[in-house]
Design a protein. Structure first.
Length: 506
């Protein structure tokens, strides 16, 4: 093996890093609706200057962009400020215009300025006529006063690997990422949160002259939308949450743990496909053989990292490659090609680097074009995570039998274990704002049970289920007549289905 450090060392590392950064603390009680927001005259009186977006996708669609000045800390609105970038695709028929629709693509930490183009393309013409579609890079993300912790790698998520020594490495790496953020962004980190983004959304609503806002959010964007309806229930119009999180399990522990079984199930479906195409990819003639190929590849990468172009891929990164590809069944061919390339590279064969795989590795392992520290800033700033490495190690070991590929990924320690405690308590989502929830049963990122929980927490909601499709994010990404009809009908007429709906793949 290439490592000697064990779990005892990992405990020492996490304790030392947390203590020297002054990060140890815990979260308080749950937060709910806004009651007495401070005066924001300084911000509500600003004039928005719309201009071109300098984004090919948006510019081609005819969008305009502007910057909104928001308070860093809404409790102290006379203090420091941030810039939030928004885009606008105007309603196509001013005579039918209903209002504005905000949106979020997930992540958290996803830049959302051009999500409106995808949403607009999924809308029927009579729906597109009714709304100004508003995209946004949330605070700390993209063009919106981006958080940059100067990470040496792009992601704050990785697999713990195959043994205690691998996990100890992960503990040290995640602690280092947290330390970099605490060192470089300490002044802003406490305020890069979902609740503050919801406040930004409401300020944007005011500046756009709207009494209420409609909203489309996918993935993490469903949590943001639910938090907005909790904080500002009287200002929510037509809300669609696509691929929902469980608001009670939101955070790096609950959400990540739920991904383990879902990704193993998706891996089974891909393995069946790869086995049926064994003549092409030579990964195994049965599901079990394909799975064995993957598990063995991870084991080998722990002993000797796989050289692939300029990268050395070890057991921390190989499961991430699979995770990226398994959220859409249309990518099975891509996943098979990538695993075949990695298997050949592990055997010492000369391989031609795949463009998509190279892109994944460049972002993950080199933080190019940008790091994703804003993702951890939001997650860790919203909800505290357990600090004891033993908590994660126990969960990793318990998951290995049923989750041999993704158990060590879904249960691994994250930078949140080293983070300062959240500035505000987490939001409890329980309200009766009418909402349409859209979900596939096979979602690998925000699992089906999470949407069921969201449906329960939003007591006036209806749920549209896409049965037996392992897709994450449907409306605007995965065309389906039944789902698209339900979403468009709601946005057009404000009519929720009389009861929950089950859809099938076209």
């Amino acid at each position: 093996m290439k490592r000697t450090r064990g779990l005892t060392a990992a405990v020492g590392i996490v304790t030392a890093l947390a203590a020297c950064a002054g990060l140890i603390g815990c979260a308080g009680p749950a937060a709910e609706a806004e009651t007495a927001p401070p005066a924001l005259d300084r911000f509500t009186s600003q004039t928005l200057t719309w201009k071109g977006c300098d984004n090919p996708k948006l510019d081609e669609a005819g969008a305009q962009c502007t910057d909104v000045t928001v308070p860093l800390n809404y409790a102290e609105p006379q203090g420091a400020t941030l810039t939030v970038a928004i885009s606008r695709l105007a309603a196509t028929d001013p005579a039918q215009r209903r209002g504005v629709m905000l949106s979020n693509p997930g992540g958290p930490g996803g830049a959302g300025l051009d999500l409106t183009v995808d949403i607009g393309a999924a809308m029927t013409p009579d729906v597109r006529a009714r709304y100004d579609l508003i995209g946004m890079d949330p605070r700390g993300v993209g063009r919106s006063s981006m958080i940059k912790c100067h990470w040496p790698r792009g992601f704050g998520l990785q697999s713990a690997g195959v043994d205690a020594a691998s996990f100890a490495e992960s503990v040290a790496m995640q602690g280092d990422l947290a330390m970099r953020c605490a060192t470089t962004e300490a002044a802003r980190l406490p305020f890069i949160t979902t609740r503050n983004t919801a406040r930004d959304m409401d300020l944007i609503r005011t500046l756009l002259g709207a009494d209420k806002v409609s909203y489309f959010g996918t993935s993490y964007g469903t949590y943001l939308g639910a938090v907005y309806t909790q904080m500002f229930p009287d200002r929510a119009d037509r809300i669609v949450l696509d691929s929902s999180v469980d608001p009670d399990k939101y955070g790096t522990v609950g959400m990540m743990q739920a991904m383990g079984a879902a990704n193993e199930a998706a891996l089974d479906l891909w393995a069946d496909w790869a086995a049926a195409n064994d003549g092409t990819y030579r990964l195994g003639a049965t599901r079990a053989e394909v799975r064995a190929t993957v598990v063995e590849l991870i084991r080998r990468s722990a002993e000797k990292p796989i050289r692939f172009g300029e990268f050395e891929i070890d057991e921390h990164w190989l499961p991430l490659v699979l995770f990226v590809g398994l959220d859409d069944p249309r990518q099975y061919e891509m996943v098979s090609e990538q695993v075949r390339l990695l298997a050949d590279a592990a055997d010492g064969k000369a391989v031609r680097p795949d463009e998509k795989l190279t892109g994944i590795l460049t972002h993950a392992m080199k933080a190019e074009p940008d790091e994703s520290s804003s993702q951890m800033a939001i997650l860790c700033g919203d909800v505290a995570a357990p600090r004891d490495p033993q908590f994660y190690w126990r969960n990793i070991e318990a998951a290995r039998a049923t989750q041999p590929v993704f158990g060590a990924f879904a249960n691994n320690i994250t930078p949140c274990a080293f983070w300062a405690p959240p500035a505000e308590p987490a939001t409890v989502v329980r309200n009766s704002v009418p909402t349409l929830i859209v979900q596939s049963t096979g979602d690998t990122r925000t699992v089906y049970d999470g949407a069921v929980a969201m449906h329960k927490d939003l007591s006036a909601s209806r749920m549209v289920t896409l049965q037996d499709v392992p897709i994450h994010w449907i409306f605007g990404r995965y065309p389906n007549t039944c789902v698209y009809s339900a979403v468009n009908t709601y946005f057009r007429d404000g009519t929720l289905p009389a009861s929950d709906v089950t859809c099938r793949a076209d």
